[in-house]
Design a protein around this ligand. Sequence first.
Ligand SMILES: [Mn+2]
Length: 426
Amino acid sequence: MQELHRKRIKKALSLLKSAPTSQTLVISSNPAATRSRDTHFTYRQNSDLFYFTGSSHQSLTLVLRPHAKEQVVLVAPPEDPVKKVWEGSQPSTKTLARSLGASEVFSKDVHSAVRNLLRGTEVAFLQSISGTPSADLRKEFATRSPHSMRGLPASVVEAERLTSHLRCVKDPTEVQLIRKAADLTSAALLHAAQFIKPGMKERELAVMIEYLYRLHNAEPAFNTIVATGPSAATLHYHQLSRTLRKGELLLIDTGCELDMYACDVSRTIPVSSDTPAPLAAVYECVLRAQEAAIRAVKPGARMTEVHGVAARELTYGLKELGVLRGNPRELLKKGAYKPYFPHGIGHSLGIDVHDVGPGANDSLGVLEKGMVVTIEPGLYFSKSVGKIPACGVRIEDDVLVTPRGCEVLTAGVFPKRLDEINNIVE
Ligand SMILES: [Mn+2]
């Protein structure tokens, strides 16, 4: 792993060096997030800091400056003996510095230490996560008078502008980690699916899924959505308060974060095998759209084009379902599908569940070999339309862009064909 992190740092240094001006990148650990008063959420390392160091150290700052003698510097405060009593030791900065070939600076005033390392730099890539030395310097530079900035960076750029270049294309180690997260998500979904039956609570299912994540040292990459019947029409439904009913569809959107890499899948599952025909028809329509969209994923394609493929299938499907009337081409042009498919086709996936890289509405970002994106079309009816009751269907997989097309990393997670799903749930 050391080699991997050294390689990533080397790449960042050469990106920084490629500009005619002197550029420095500053990446800090995330601050501990307060839950209430003096209690905190479970600590989550900053994704960029993890990408470059693999460290879980909570007060570390990495400075990359290719123009200086010491190009890679780790800055950390000396260990706080009181904090050590309560929370234990932080991972050793010395050991990390040795493995990364970095110099280390220990200072009670990390902020000033990093400011000093920025002297002589024209452009600083700084973060915007408040409470970090990187972001605090950004604020400081924005408010200082030009006179007092002598020797300090004249311009500041969002660090993600640089790190996203590196992180959006996944290396084989990262793809392997996403596969591992997909395996655990799969095990959790298959386990929970055995218990699906009318009378069960949405919350019970969500807890069962997340129990398996936590049991295997993972955690939910985001709050698991379990939504039945009309509640599935709310995209980020979080109440989990409904009871599963016969003849309804159940939407599960979940994924674990294992070893800092996320999985994100959605499956829509009949609560009982006697799915009413209109619901089965909505399901089949979304499945066709998802399969068509996945076929469109390849190097050179844009997410907006992939979205267009799904939107076309959904528009024809909505016409067949009797929801839309008129010429399908005109309907597509007008975006008549939008009230029923109001979100993007997907997003990048990696250390962050909504990772850096081409977003759903990004018409400029072109898919490249090694990127991982989700493909997740859906149809949502907040009220019944004709014979279709209020419902929501979303089907989502994680897809790796390969040299000639793509590979579905979550293909084994849970079946998508209704007859196959019915065999598991029965
Ligand atoms: Mn997603």
